[in-house]
Design a protein around this ligand. Sequence first.
Ligand code: SAM
Ligand code: SF4
Length: 333
Amino acid sequence: MTNLIDPFQRTITYLRLSVTDRCDFRCVYCMSENMQFLPKAELLTLEELDRLCSTFIRLGVEKLRITGGEPLVRKGIMSFFEGMGRHLESGALKELTLTTNGSQLERFAQPLFDAGVRRINISLDTLDEAKFAEITRWGRLPQVMRGIDAALAAGLRVKLNTVALKDFNEDELFTLAEFCAARDMDLTFIEVMPMGDIGNENRLMQYWDLSDLRDTLATRYTLHDLSERTGGPARYIQLEETGQKIGLITPMTHNFCESCNRVRITCTGEIYTCLGQEGKSDLRGPLRSSETDAPLEEAIRAAIGLKPKGHDFDYSRQTLGGQMSRHMSHTGG
Ligand code: SAM
Ligand code: SF4
């Protein structure tokens, strides 16, 4: 069976799957306060999620990242993780991972490790309790801190993802770096992206250019650019004094599309082959139309055949060119 290769000769080995559009937080850059969530029947069932992922793995996907919404608020999601463990055991799947806000990790860190998860991304934008409540609206920092402790205690390798927001967490650059260094956690900053209608929260939504962030880091540390790439938008720099690696995700200002190896699927089974384009295909129909996976496989290949060359985000003008109408929680970031 041939692997998934797109029209630009990129082999697809990485699937990011959103398992719910719901979340226990309402981060200002991600959601509006009053989100309308999908009716349950629209969502892929846990069995369908398993069939879908198993098919992608059969077609050559080696890395699976589960996201959302908040993946750990989906009822029964641990049974899905446990099910994916069989693909890790067979060696077909090399990595099973997730991106989480950390709120449920106190409960789930150990079961995730037991299912074969070894590395996770936790999103955290500030170490200040009041600012945390402001940015997440519904989140509480001590709960996430307990989640981080539980993840480390379970033996999970943790990377923090921090959305870089000018006038919000600009002043926490060094404290965040030190917080991570003390726990042997990696740290990645993400430029805020123009996704979805999030209401009137622009005060906290100010774009902080990561080259500024880099310059600030350079006032205290000697920086080395690392050449390693993950096929995604992250670039890494290493701090000579501590050895710590810091990732910078700059989807707007740097072109990474030529090495893109990934596709995204929403919790309703829509496949997006590019984060920055509206183009999508439905996989739920083919999944539900037959007991066999043949129609699904055909639909997957057809979708990959339409993967665009690159995205159209553009911050170079005053307006947010290339603004996407969907929320990040829809495709999971
Ligand atoms: N709820 C989980 C979490 O927060 O980690 C997983 C889903 S969340 C949509 C995935 C990532 O997208 C998070 O790190 C979040 O900070 C990021 N994100 C959400 N909206 C964003 C935006 N407009 N620009 C940049 N990153 C965003
Ligand atoms: Fe929820 Fe994650 Fe979006 Fe925050 S970024 S509202 S935690 S899905």
